[in-house]
Design a protein around this ligand. Structure first.
Ligand SMILES: [Zn+2]
Ligand SMILES: [Zn+2]
Length: 158
């Protein structure tokens, strides 16, 4: 594995986006999403084990380095400054969550709009309320009937 260090090749899909890495040690292509989180962000962990902190000001090489499970590496001093959380991966996750949440919201709202249009054509608001009340009565009746039947069948059983 050591002999092939630094020889991984980035591979791109038809749209020109980075999709996988060819790892010579395993003679295999590994999809990007299967790699540690850091390789899915815009800022890939660097090969030279330099600090990935964007505001890093440390020049001395003997400063203690930490490699995170996401693949990013930081000076201990820089990592403390980020409150012990990789800021690159945090930003990537936060953006992803925001994107998913707004997509979900859009879908919920678009469904509501369609329902509103249907209601305008079929029912007035009063009719709708009336129907809802009737439905509630019907459900109550059915539930009561069910219990009554169950009760009768138990009595007959004894
Ligand atoms: Zn640093
Ligand atoms: Zn990271």
């Amino acid at each position: 594995m050591y002999n092939t260090q630094g020889q991984a090749k980035a591979e791109h899909n038809a749209k020109g986006q980075l999709s996988s890495f060819y790892l010579p040690a395993f003679e295999k292509s590994i999809a990007l999403k299967l790699l540690p989180l850091g390789w899915n962000t815009n800022k890939h962990p660097n090969d030279n084990a330099e600090c990935d902190y964007s505001h890093c000001l440390i020049i001395q090489k003997q400063n203690e380095m930490l490699i995170q499970s996401c693949g990013h590496s930081f000076h201990k001093y820089c990592f403390d400054k980020m409150e012990n959380f990789c800021s690159i991966c945090r930003e990537f996750l936060e953006l992803g969550i925001q994107k998913n949440a707004s997509k979900f919201q859009q879908r919920v709202q678009s469904t509501l709009k369609k329902t509103n249009i249907l209601d305008m054509h079929n029912n007035t608001e009063d009719e709708e309320t009336f129907n809802k009340l009737n439905l509630q009565d019907e459900i109550n009746n059915q539930v009561e009937n069910k219990f009554e039947k169950l009760y009768t069948s138990w009595i007959e059983f004894e």
